[in-house]
Design a protein around this ligand. Structure first.
Ligand SMILES: Cc1cc2nc3c(=O)[nH]c(=O)nc-3n(C[C@H](O)[C@H](O)[C@H](O)COP(=O)(O)O)c2cc1C
Length: 251
């Protein structure tokens, strides 16, 4: 599966089977994590068994079943771009896991935040987690129900961008990729702006998880349009010859 096929195929999975992730895939996930931690100065970790983070949540746990392995999305608490970088680089981890045939779900709220995941250094902060593991091939009935409840109507493409003139096709490819991105309660608060032949982003509203959503949306835009984004709400998109310039892993 190519990166773009993974981007188009991914949906949040909330049911996991008890099939363990084989050691060779765990090695690849860990190598990916090492790569993004190095590039972005993050402290993301793979936790083989984080099921305890869900054990005490009888109500909210209803959303997710069988969760075992997690990406623990952490970094330096003082990093002004921590949440956005977690979104941007974390989504590359998610898409690579999708390529490996694994299901994933970003989880901002439905886990026990008091659960002692591991020893965080005093300077570190855990932002959220991502469930990762094997899911049933088809969405379960329960997943479909949760999806319907959580998934507000998809925003039309036009609501995801603004342009002062008809934008080039590569810009629209970027926006199409953003439409496929995960976003907390499917809110998609990030708009992409085509202005004077340049690309900027604008975040609308002020929701929790908004900066994570911003990073995720930028990652999708970068892969769809072919280029790179630096962190920051005012940052400008850099178009590249190499369409996968942003992708940090081996293809
Ligand atoms: C930052 C963030 C936090 C999320 N938190 C949760 C969560 O706590 N529980 C949950 O079931 N889904 C959570 N999701 C998944 C979203 O509900 C999902 O991405 C959205 O409904 C779009 O669906 P899709 O990912 O299948 O395209 C989260 C997604 C993001 C990006």
């Amino acid at each position: 599966m190519t990166v773009l096929q993974a981007l188009n195929a991914r949906v949040s999975r909330r049911a996991y089977t008890d099939k363990p992730i084989p050691p060779e895939l765990i090695l690849r996930l860990e190598k990916n994590i090492e790569t993004v931690n190095r590039i972005a100065g993050l402290s993301i970790r793979f936790l083989p068994d984080g099921s305890g983070a869900f054990a005490r949540l009888s109500k909210t746990y209803g959303l997710l079943t069988g969760v075992r392995s997690l990406f623990c999305m952490a970094g330096q608490a003082e990093d002004p771009f921590l949440r956005e970088k977690i979104g941007y680089y974390g989504e590359f981890l998610v898409l690579s896991a999708t390529q490996m045939g694994l299901g994933t779900c970003w989880i901002g709220g439905s886990f026990d935040k008091e659960y002692p995941f591991y020893e965080l250094a005093p300077s570190e902060k855990l932002v959220c987690v991502v469930a990762v593991g094997f899911s049933p091939e088809e969405l379960t009935v329960r997943e479909k129900l949760v999806r319907k409840a959580l998934h507000r109507a998809d925003k039309p493409m036009e609501a995801l961008y603004d342009a002062d003139e008809p934008p080039p096709e590569w810009f629209l490819d970027g926006v199409r990729a953003v439409a496929k991105a995960p976003s907390a309660v499917n809110r998609h608060p990030t708009r992409f702006l085509w202005k004077d032949g340049r690309v900027f982003v604008q975040n609308e509203g002020n929701f929790s998880y908004q900066s994570i959503d911003l990073g995720i949306a930028k990652a999708h835009f970068a892969l769809g349009a072919g280029g790179r984004f630096e962190p920051g709400e005012r940052s400008e998109f850099v178009k590249e010859e190499n369409p996968l310039a942003a992708w940090p892993f081996d293809r």
